[in-house]
Design a protein around this ligand. Structure first.
Ligand code: SAH
Length: 430
């Protein structure tokens, strides 16, 4: 607890960049042409080989290299399809920055420190974290810090490069694992990759904010004949449209992804999320470090959560693939199971309790003290409320962490929810 208290005191002495309404600066670059190419591609594929899994549908709609939703659009902010916590307030990223430094300290102050973010969107979270790193230079000392972004979207990687480096980046050769590299505005080396396995090994703090919910899920329905996979087919009434069908016979996915003891009628499984969290866990076990996964989700209890968003409104998931965000709640119990026995998992805890434990209230007071413009003050209070109000994002978003087993070894026997990991336990400010 003492570490976090010290970091917070250091932060409170610093005068920060004042809060800015990030969403209003959103220069929308969304493609205006009607995007029917993915729909056409899927219809010819289904005509040729039969219904496809929901996972395949979701993968094509979101990350098809030519017309996928993430590949073509800037979907974040007021002018986009959804808004995320780092886009709402700088406080969010600042508190996560303090979390990263406090975990690095608690893990023994490794002399190299990789900050790895999966799906960094517009780069706002990383930018706020890097500002914290600069302010905490005295704590980080001569540590060899580098930044590694895993981003599938060329368009968003450009936004990230602009935000984090002022666009001082270069494209890497094909024989390199990174596809882009540069130097951050704060002077740190930064690299972009398409896959987590391309990130170099070494002590790392991994962050994934609203990343796992964008990964493809398989859907299964309990039937009289047993579990069957829900597939996407062409609507026979209207050959330009798609519809869901339940597979007559078991598929490979329905035979291997369902737990025998599952009691739900409908289940969603995200094997890609499972593989990625497994890779994070292996690295954390072998190289040291930790991961923080933040998303909306459940603990293996929810059923049908697959949905679409367009222009901040719910959108039919099978309509206009590639033009709307598709998402499914993250099953944290599945992620926990996939991490295996070589790491320790904490959470999920709600965003409200994580941010309160990290000291969001005192951070807000510091910002308000330094801010005299009435409309900026009102915005600060409004964005704070968005983040922690139980009716808004406070209870919907969950924080889940994967830690190296050594991290909590000295606290063996202590209940996990009182273990001294920043954000997951209430701060003892004495
Ligand atoms: N973390 C950001 C953005 C969330 S949107 C925020 O909270 O504001 C999801 C992000 O994940 C986008 O940057 C998207 O391009 C990226 N993404 C989606 N699927 C991916 C995949 N399979 N591999 C790498 N990045 C992916």
């Amino acid at each position: 607890m003492r570490t976090l208290l010290r970091l917070k005191l250091l932060m409170s002495e610093v005068r920060w960049t004042m809060w800015q309404n990030r969403s209003s600066s959103n220069s929308s670059i969304r493609s205006l042409e009607s995007n029917t190419s993915i729909l056409k591609h899927l219809i010819s594929k289904i005509t040729a080989t039969g219904p496809i899994s929901v996972a395949e549908y979701m993968r094509e709609a979101l990350t098809n290299p030519v017309a996928g939703y993430y590949v073509k659009n800037d979907m974040l902010g007021a002018g986009g399809d959804f808004i995320t916590s780092p886009e709402i307030s700088q406080i969010f990223g600042e508190l996560l920055g303090v979390w990263c430094v406090s975990e690095w300290m608690a893990a023994g102050k490794s002399c190299t420190f990789q900050l790895v973010e999966l799906g960094p969107g517009r780069g706002s979270l990383a930018s706020d974290i890097l500002r914290v790193f600069s302010q905490l230079k005295a704590v980080l000392g001569e540590t060899d810090i580098s930044v590694h972004l895993v981003e599938v979207s060329p368009k968003l990687s450009q936004f990230q490069a602009e935000c984090l480096t002022g666009d001082k980046t270069q494209t890497c050769n094909d024989d390199q694992l990174a596809y882009r590299s540069g130097t951050t505005r704060t002077g740190l080396p930064i690299y972009w990759y398409r896959r987590i396995e391309d990130v170099p090994r070494g002590f790392s703090v991994f962050l994934a904010h609203e990343f796992f919910d964008a990964l493809p899920i398989h859907k299964f329905q309990r039937t009289e004949k047993g579990w069957r996979e829900v597939m996407v087919d062409i609507d026979p009434e209207s050959p330009e449209k798609l519809r869901f069908v339940v597979s007559h016979s078991p598929t490979l996915a329905s035979s291997i992804l369902i737990q025998n003891d599952d009691r739900r009628q409908h289940v969603e499984v995200c094997p890609e999320g499972g593989v990625i969290v497994q890779k994070l866990a292996n690295r954390i076990a072998e190289d040291g470090g930790s991961a923080l996964v933040v998303d909306y989700g459940h603990d293996g209890t929810k059923t049908d959560t697959f949905r679409g968003f367009k222009g901040h409104q719910l959108h039919n998931v099978l309509e206009a693939p590639g033009m709307a965000d598709l998402t499914a709640d993250v099953d944290f119990s599945y992620l926990r199971k996939m991490t295996g026995n070589e790491v320790t998992c904490l959470g999920p805890v709600t965003q409200r309790s994580f941010l309160k434990n990290m000291g969001i209230d005192s951070r807000l007071q510091v910002l308000l003290r330094n801010c005299h413009d009435p409309s900026a003050r009102a915005q600060l209070i409004h964005s704070y409320d968005m983040l922690i109000n139980p009716e808004k994002m406070g209870l919907r978003f969950q924080f889940f962490s994967v830690l190296n087993r050594g991290r909590l070894a000295q606290y063996r026997g202590m209940q996990k929810n009182t273990a001294p990991v920043a954000g997951f336990a209430e701060l003892d400010m004495q």
